[in-house]
Design a protein around this ligand. Structure first.
Ligand code: HSO
Ligand code: ZN
Ligand code: ZN
Ligand code: ZN
Length: 275
């Protein structure tokens, strides 16, 4: 029985927007039978605190690594627990991203670089789309990713490439690859030669979307341009969503595009696992 053996995008109570105890996540992973898991709690560099929810998305790295150590002692005979981070990137944070990757080079197995903010605005909040068309808002997000990957090297895969589509007022139907194709070509031209990847993120499937991030046309372009590094993550913020739709969606999505492997990371290096 084949299975995708690792969830590489998971949040616990160390993320501002999750209250899931680390222990509950690991217990769920063991129950699901996966032999590895990579925790990727949020750290959004220079995130402006939102007064409505008070979330600051700052990770207390020392407590996080200490808790992971403790979890490894408790469950290490049953599951391989990797420590990663989902690093929120912007064009202004290159130096700080480098500092984090350097400071924790012995602790971090994996860094997802993600865009949660474009010029200080999070698409999650309605202000992001105010005063412009949806296509402009979406384009701005993708162009900011291009800027980030040009300026910043301290990530292994770029997270949920079309996160911005999840929150656009008229929903996913507004996205057409032809409106943005040349931006993605430039993004992939930048990251593929550096050995950096992307992820398939099934988190959208238990929210409001019919497909996982990113859209199949984006996954296909990465593959067609020679990209080979792809991780699989649920973006679960609760144990119940661990490995969500991995077998019922992610595997078929990847194999239908001709992907034969997905990656897991240890010490910032990819391991290739058959699909
Ligand atoms: N960055 C979160 C979404 C969020 N933004 C919640 C603000 N609050 C994605 O996990
Ligand atoms: Zn989150
Ligand atoms: Zn994210
Ligand atoms: Zn996430």
């Amino acid at each position: 029985q084949k299975m995708i053996i690792c969830d590489s995008h998971i949040h616990s109570e160390f993320s501002s927007d999750s209250s899931a105890p680390l222990d509950s996540i690991i217990q769920k992973a063991i129950q699901l039978g996966i032999p590895k898991i990579c925790l990727t709690d949020h750290h959004d560099i220079d995130f402006p605190i939102n007064p409505e929810d008070g979330f600051d998305f700052q990770l207390d790295f020392d407590s996080y690594f200490a808790a992971i150590d403790e979890i490894r002692h408790r469950y290490g005979d049953r599951i391989d627990v990797r420590s990663g981070v989902e690093l929120g990137l912007m064009n202004t944070v290159a130096g700080k991203a480098r500092d984090i990757a350097d400071k924790y080079k012995n602790e971090l197995d994996f860094i997802i670089g993600s865009s949660h903010l474009v010029r200080g605005l999070d698409p999650y909040y309605p202000a992001y789309y105010e005063g412009r068309t949806e296509i402009e808002g979406i384009r701005d997000y993708f162009e900011s990713i291009l800027e980030n990957v040009t300026l910043i090297d301290d990530f292994d895969v770029y997270g949920h490439l079309d996160y911005v589509v999840r929150y656009c007022p008229s929903g996913e139907k507004i996205f057409r690859m032809s409106d943005y194709k040349e931006v993605f070509e430039q993004i992939f031209k930048e990251i593929i030669p550096k050995g950096k990847g992307i992820e398939i993120n099934t988190g959208s499937l238990y929210k409001n979307m019919s497909y996982a991030h990113p859209h199949m046309d984006i996954l296909k372009l990465y593959k067609d341009m020679g990209g080979e590094i792809i991780t699989v993550g649920s973006d679960a913020h609760k144990p119940e969503y661990l490995c969500y739709d991995f077998e019922t969606y992610a595997r078929d999505a990847l194999t239908s595009l001709g992907y034969r492997y997905y990656c897991t990371f240890k010490n910032r290096k990819p391991e290739f696992n058959p699909l």
